[in-house]
Ligand binder design. Sequence first.
Ligand SMILES: [Zn+2]
Ligand SMILES: [Zn+2]
Length: 407
Amino acid sequence: MPMDAVEPDTPPPATTDDAPRVINTDDGAKDGLAKCARCGATEISLNVATGNLRCGFCRFEWSTDNAIEAFNLNGDIATLTGLLVGSGSSDIVPSTEEILTFKCSACGAEVVIDTNTSTQARCHWCRNTLSMNQQVPNGAVPDMILPFKVEKSTAVEKIAHFVGKRKFFAHPTFRAEFNAENVMGVYLPYMVVDINAHAKLSGQGEHQTRSYTVKVGDSTQQRYDADLYDVAREFDIHVNDLTVESSSDRLDQNTAVNSNNIINTIMPFDVENSVRYDSNYLAGFTSERRDSNLDQLEPLAHTQAEDITRHRVNDTLKFYDRGVRWAAEEVEVRGQRWVSAYLPVWLYSYQQRKSNGKTFLHYVAVNARTGETMGSIPLHQSKLLLVSGVVQLVGTVIGLVLVAVGV
Ligand SMILES: [Zn+2]
Ligand SMILES: [Zn+2]
């Protein structure tokens, strides 16, 4: 596959106008019919057991290149300067380009795909699968994809187990309607970000030298002596494979109407095993389209980089046992690399209709790489109150209740 336009080993110098440099991640990709290299069939799908694509006709299996290697994304973060983006991470253009016409290369029919809802479609005349491997200029197709690894039967078991453990607290309607067979595989859109930043922090820290009790009137008080130090830290920070949600629906952490934070609890994903995007990996799964651009996501990524910085610096402050107060904190992002990815999740969702007519979206999610499972279930309030009373006496069941309520 020609890879000429891919970023060379040494990134080009940062441009003065801050224009992002683009890594072409769809070089050599073709629109239209996706065919088996051995027999030419178009019935191609992911074999979850092996992680390979498999021809449904002749059973030939193959895999797509690892994306990190193909696009040289594991290049030294320390040398990152400016803004580097995968071509699939470019801004989304809301326009008629969301409707694309494909000429079916099997029968010649012209098939229209709405990229808003689908990134794979079938020719309605010859039933061949049409693919959209090439990135359309609206950013609908990601740079890379992390294939499903956990099989559906396993996900169904995990979800049934999760719900089973909480059945006692579950709302009767939910219990009656629960059917683990309704589990769906979905690729969720994320941005994977590497950040090269320089941090400078300064402030004052206290180190305790003595502690003693004094008598004040009838009572005693605990006092201490401490030395006060000026503290400064300056270091480079390299953030590797930060994942940022790029669907505005899930960026919306409105806990009144949904339980979006669940997905964060089934992180992390082994994004380093992502492969070059190929729409054949989508067969049998649904996918969601990215609808947020770098402009919106950059502040989130930078805030996370600052949090990581503060967390990391704590290791060097053990001497200041009474704490450090920072007067100035500065995290300067010197370079960043963004690629868009589809990450695999098994979902069981449930729309709860509340008595006030409002709906609340509950779901149980399984990380389709690690099997990590978390979810929320609609609760049976009276049972919960009853149990809360018992818990005050017993106190041991509280963890279970917190898990059921806290998500
Ligand atoms: Zn074949
Ligand atoms: Zn056709």
